[in-house]
Design a binder for this molecule. Structure first.
Ligand SMILES: [Zn+2]
Ligand SMILES: [Zn+2]
Length: 629
């Protein structure tokens, strides 16, 4: 074989290929031979098996039916009850995206309808579900991508060229290292640099929202991190402690690919927009602009769970369900053609929740595991989910019956939707009196993204959405969108309020807190992790008076409301799940590196894993490097 994979593939095909291009790690062949396009007699399949790469055949622009003709064919083939909402053409790539409310009916039995569309129009049809809740952000993201079709095609080809530059399936790397630029012995600003002699990849790049000054950000000013040497970024999930600084990397000149799932892309863009919006409200200069967020979107390569893809000549990754938040992933990295296999769990949950399936624990191969430890200490054995849900329901019931209001500060992604599902069910079954559940701000948009990607949810919720029984649009929930509506909630009767931010650092939750805090009939329920130094943590720890800035003046706010924490509703693995996961993962790793936990929790978990499972553990500090091979 030569070092030019495109040539290698073309020499195996008849002379009907007009051009060959990369789309990231995928290889696309264009042909102007209609008969070969319709039936290549398994030739492409053969090549996929031989080269172990994704190879796709598409029609050359010259032979495509016009967009009008193709529209006509599509509308004729698709049954009316599929509820077609949009047809979008990407002529650069000979692809047509068909959006419908019921994509199954577009696909047809065994994909028959799609095949007919393809054979007659010569376009490659791709089917997308139209979201049940309109999501501006998803629409905007799709618009950004379509407007930049041409530059996107070039970008993907560029990425592919780099991946296959030194295409050598036999090469083994002599060393592999991981450097912790953030998230070592702490929660917040997760950021790991993975390097080999050939490749540098960043795993997450987050912000510590509760941190002060420089401690907010990972150590990007160290000598081993050079932005122009970075080959790829992998984002596990959209929470700011993992994604927050990524748009800033684009501002600093990064122009390479970033890998994540499609829902993570949408939510990360939304959270980033909200993050700069909050900065404006607090009169501080935002770190980056919406242009940088757009660059992030344009450079995103979306992967499905379990899809294997090359990201560098010596690295191949697969994303697996992490059970933590919509689209969240555990990333498996095969380095140097199997020389070393690493998983980075990001944040994960090893238990099924209302929203998601539990994290995947079986991998093709595994030597090193980097694992989170948010709830890693002996004191973090969590009550069961059922118990925790019952406690939440009871606490809400008591407050409502006493005429009070309940505030639940939420992360926009994950916990809010989980709480919504618990409350919707409890109210439907009459376990909680019927009062409005107010949903403030961004949570609503993120609900929209959930319903746009039902395939990433667990089978029960997915089924409900498919059967037009979408729990997120139940009339139990009332959206609060304006200051006026917020005022009505504050002045109104008993209710439940779900608002961001989750740790009471900016956002609507702080405003509700200020108004609810002094009335002892009210209650605040913490259901997500409260970072050290955040207002949420101070209240959780029992602070009885808070000094707050209210419309320009500092004011003392007495905390008379009831304060409760329900740790068992967390989206993170509790102590028991962490020990179970590190023990049950197949195959068994040789080494476990612990991060994303306060120091005492990391150390406690590390020593327990060593004692119980006899696996070597490391607990790196920030800036420490560990050699894996
Ligand atoms: Zn998270
Ligand atoms: Zn996290």
């Amino acid at each position: 074989m030569s070092t030019d994979i495109l040539k290698d593939i073309q020499t195996e095909l008849p002379k009907v290929i007009t051009s060959a291009k990369f789309e990231g790690a995928n290889i696309v062949m264009y042909t102007d031979d209609i008969a070969f396009f319709r039936d290549n007699e398994g030739k492409i399949k053969e090549l996929v098996n031989k080269f172990k790469k994704r190879i796709e055949l598409r029609a050359d622009e010259k032979i495509l039916k016009s967009e009008e003709e193709a529209q006509k064919i599509i509308r004729e083939k698709i049954p009316g009850d599929a509820n077609l909402t949009n047809i979008l053409f990407d002529p650069q790539r000979s692809i047509v995206v068909i959006e419908a409310k019921r994509p199954g009916l577009v696909i047809g039995k065994s994909g028959l309808i799609l095949k007919e569309i393809k054979d007659e129009s010569l376009w490659i049809p791709q089917v997308q579900r139209s979201p049940a809740i309109e999501s501006k952000i998803t629409e905007n993201i799709r618009a950004v991508l379509y407007q930049n079709n041409n530059s996107r095609k070039k970008f993907l080809n560029q990425v592919g060229k780099k991946i296959y530059k030194e295409w050598n399936p036999e090469k083994v790397e002599e060393w592999i290292r991981v450097t912790f630029l953030g998230g070592g012995r702490q929660v917040g600003r997760s950021c790991i640099l993975l390097s080999t002699p050939q490749t540098k990849v960043l795993l997450d790049c987050g912000i510590n929202v509760a941190g002060k000054g420089k401690e907010k950000f990972p150590y990007l000013d160290v000598s081993e991190f050079k932005i122009n040497e970075l080959d790829a970024i992998i984002l596990t999930h959209a929470h700011l402690d993992h994604s927050g600084l990524i748009p800033y990397l684009f501002k600093m000149g990064y122009d390479g690919p970033i890998y994540m799932t499609a829902p993570t892309r949408d939510v990360a863009a939304l959270l980033a927009l909200d993050f700069i919006g909050v900065a404006y409200k607090q009169a501080s200069a935002p770190l980056f602009s919406s242009t940088d967020i757009k660059e992030m979107v344009k450079h995103t390569i979306c992967l499905d769970y379990n899809e294997v893809t090359d990201i560098a000549p010596d690295m191949r990754i697969t994303l697996y369900n992490s059970g933590h938040a919509l689209g969240g992933a555990i990333v498996h990295i095969n380095v140097g053609n199997g020389a070393h296999n690493l998983i980075y769990t990001g944040d994960f949950k090893f238990d099924r929740t209302k929203l998601l399936d539990k994290a995947i624990a079986n991998f093709p191969r595994l030597e090193t595991m980097i694992v989170e430890s948010t709830y890693g200490s002996k004191n973090d054995v969590l009550p069961s989910r059922k118990e925790s849900e019952d406690i939440l329901v009871k606490e809400i019931k008591d407050t409502i019956e006493a005429g009070g209001k309940v505030l639940i500060p939420e992360l926009g992604l994950g916990r809010a939707q989980e709480t919504m599902l618990i409350l919707e069910e409890a109210m439907r079954e009459g376990r909680v009196p019927k009062v409005p559940i107010y949903i403030d701000g961004m949570i609503w948009d993120i609900n929209g993204i959930h319903t746009a990607y039902p395939d990433f949810l667990n089978p029960l919720v997915r089924k409900e959405i498919f059967q037009d029984n979408n729990p997120f649009v139940s009339d139990t929930f009332v959206r609060v969108g304006s200051a006026q509506e917020r005022k009505q909630v504050i002045e109104g009767g008993p209710c439940v309020v779900l608002a961001t931010s989750g740790m009471l650092v900016g956002g609507a939750s702080v405003e509700y807190f200020r108004h609810f805090a002094q009335n002892k009939r009210n209650k605040i329920c913490f259901v997500c992790y409260q970072g050290a130094g955040s207002l949420g943590r101070q209240i959780q720890d029992g602070l009885k008076q808070i000094r707050m800035n209210v419309e320009g003046n500092d004011e003392n706010i007495d905390v008379n409301m009831d304060v409760i924490t329900i740790a068992g509703l967390t989206a993170h693995a509790g102590r028991t799940e962490l020990l179970e996961y590190t023990n049950r993962t197949q195959p068994r790793p040789n080494r476990i590196i612990i991060n994303h936990g306060e120091q005492s929790k990391c150390l406690d978990l590390a020593s327990s894993i060593y004692k119980l499972h006899h696996i070597e553990t490391n607990v790196p500090r920030n800036l420490e490097t560990i050699r894996l091979r």
